[in-house]
Write a protein that binds this ligand. Structure first.
Ligand code: FE2
Length: 331
């Protein structure tokens, strides 16, 4: 899912365009939120006009949908706001319609938006992966500590989909009124969010209102966070979510990625030894900026700068520990 960093963005600032791709019924407007130019995968806010009717059929791409406002009829069922669908590629959906119109978030994960009229599943569809749920009414809020170290208490989640191979997740999250978290976060995965309702705030990107959206590639600093009145959002990650927390607002994505590798090196040294292919196997591993950055109180003659150029290194202590005639010398 190679999409550019889109943040800050709010879909209320743009207009709907008519969906004119073959297969789709008329009366479908979309706002493109993010788009992968390699695969056509995308996330869109979609307005279905009153009286919209789409014949049965399947998408060629994996599709996730959640109803934002209004009522969506799927076959005989009336699905209201908060209803979430995971539709595998090739899975045949019944007729989709809406009497009064509705707003839906649609995420085509593996290819461009498509609708193939059909009355049965594609023979290669993984039909067992299909599921849908009224996420507002039929799932309780759980603590946000699915990933540890965890977000601060007051950020709750409802897990909607989990990929056991990649650990990618789709979830609702809410921030309770007066929620705040004072640290900075980045991840080894891309992160996506659409604000279904309410406003949250981030130090780097400001306020995300209702309709606010981001697609954020890995290693980009975000946080501190706060929400005055609370918010509810749909979130996704494209692989395993790990919260790398810190308090240095100046680090860039390259430094953050190096720190992630350094933490892997410290925690799983054997895995790191086999996995790393970073020019050559540097004997000291990649740099963890928290180990080497300047801190207040470090001015006592200790040289905290890491001076390795990849081939040799200096000691981190700039002052001299040995007599000149000592046999222990570093030349
Ligand atoms: Fe995050």
């Amino acid at each position: 899912m190679a999409r550019p960093h889109i943040e800050p963005f709010c879909d209320r600032d743009t207009h709907f365009k008519d969906m004119t791709l073959p297969g789709f019924a008329r009366g479908m407007g979309y706002k493109m939120l993010s788009f992968d130019v390699d695969t056509g995968a995308c996330s869109m806010t979609v307005q279905l006009d009153g009286g919209y009717r789409q014949e049965p059929g399947f998408p060629w791409s994996e599709l996730e949908m959640i109803v934002i406002e209004g009522e969506l009829k799927v076959g005989d069922r009336t699905c209201r706001k908060g209803h979430y669908f995971f539709v595998p590629a090739g899975y045949c959906m019944p007729e989709i319609s809406t009497d009064q119109g509705c707003l839906v978030l649609m995420m085509y994960n593996t290819g461009e938006p498509s609708h193939e009229p059909a009355n049965e599943h594609h023979p290669l569809a993984q039909v067992g992966l299909y599921h849908d749920v009224d996420s507002y009414m039929d799932i309780p809020w759980a603590p946000g500590n699915v990933a540890k170290p965890s977000v601060a208490s007051g950020c709750l989640i409802k897990l909607l989909n989990y990929n056991p191979i990649s650990h990618a997740m789709t979830f609702l999250y809410c921030m309770t009124p007066a929620f705040y978290q004072d640290n900075i976060s980045y991840h080894d995965c891309a992160e996506e969010s659409y604000h279904l309702w309410g406003t949250s705030w981030m130090m780097q990107f400001g306020e995300i209102p209702t309709g606010g959206y981001f697609w954020r590639p890995a290693y980009i600093n975000h946080g501190a966070f706060a929400s005055e009145y609370g918010c509810i959002a749909l979130g996704r990650t494209d692989s395993k979510l790990f919260n790398h927390f810190h308090y240095n607002p100046w680090t860039n994505p390259t430094e953050n990625a190096h720190r992630s590798a350094a933490r892997l090196y410290k925690r799983d040294p054997l895995l790191y030894k086999w996995a790393i292919s970073y020019d050559h196997n540097h004997p000291h591993g990649p740099e963890d900026f928290e180990d080497t950055m300047q801190r207040r109180g470090d001015e006592q003659g200790h040289d905290t700068k890491h001076k390795s150029d990849g081939k040799r290194h200096d000691h981190w202590h700039g002052h001299h520990h040995h007599h000149d005639d000592s046999p222990h010398k570093h030349d």
